[in-house]
Design a protein around this ligand. Structure first.
Ligand SMILES: [Mn+2]
Length: 242
């Protein structure tokens, strides 16, 4: 059987222009039987159309903040750095894969990008904009391969079906988070302080975003492995159809 080919977006070093890819993402996909394909950020729209037609799925990875103009806001004091090239290319890729109903998984920045692409918005900084929440450390003070807080899943969510549970122990390396959810998306999981940590699209073959980093947890947490397996299985189904 043909392996599914899954596109990943790379991290962009804005000072040098270099692209960077953590092997954790590519290993997680490879371990599930997929061929990971890291894309450049210099893609025209017609390139994104062609790639979305020929590839089997899209993984939107972690990275810097999306520019606030993308969700109609001024830049607030605690917003972080951004990559204009990455915002532009990733949004274009998302829209083309989305249009063709190809499987899409968003991780960290990826869940925020998916939400913004579908008309939702985000908190530019949790500590500044939600100071009174339970003080969960969304930037955990220790290694990323150890979980630091829990996420409670909606019992009827795709994520609870995939993971076989409604409570996940996750890592946390973010200072922003989903606020208003975009068109068609539902909240699938929240941290104990109410912060949205997972989104999914009930009417789409596979469109899931998670605020944590499952690529760091594959060895330690079976739910992380289950998520990558479900994603690559959805991409494999797609590769049979196309
Ligand atoms: Mn978190």
């Amino acid at each position: 059987m043909k392996k599914p080919v899954i596109a990943l977006t790379a991290s962009h070093e804005t000072k040098t222009g270099e692209l960077r890819m953590s092997p954790r993402y590519t290993d997680a996909l490879k371990d599930c039987g997929a061929i990971p394909l890291v894309l450049p950020l210099t893609l025209e729209e017609e390139d994104c159309i062609q790639l979305s037609e020929s590839l089997d799925g899209l993984l939107c990875t972690g990275g810097p903040d999306v520019h606030p103009f993308r969700f109609g806001e001024e830049t607030l004091r605690y917003c972080g750095d951004f990559s204009p090239l990455r915002d532009e290319t990733e949004l274009s890729l998302f829209h083309q894969f989305y249009k063709r109903k190809k499987p899409i998984l968003g991780i960290c920045r990826g869940i925020q990008l998916i939400n913004i692409a579908l008309g939702g918005d985000i908190y530019q900084d949790l500590d500044a904009q939600l100071p009174d929440r339970l003080p969960i450390a969304h930037k955990q003070p220790f290694r990323a391969d150890a979980p630091s807080h829990h996420v409670d899943l909606a019992p009827d969510s795709q994520l609870s079906r995939i993971t076989g549970t409604t409570r996940l122990a996750v890592n946390s390396l973010h200072h922003q988070a989903v606020r208003r959810t975009g068109a068609g998306l539902r909240t699938a999981g929240q941290a104990p302080d109410g912060v949205i940590e997972a989104l999914e699209h009930p009417d789409y073959p596979f469109l899931i975003g998670v605020q944590w980093h499952p690529e760091w947890l594959c060895r330690a947490q079976s739910h992380a492995q289950a998520l990558f397996e479900a994603f690559t299985a959805a991409c494999a189904r797609d590769s049979v159809i196309s």
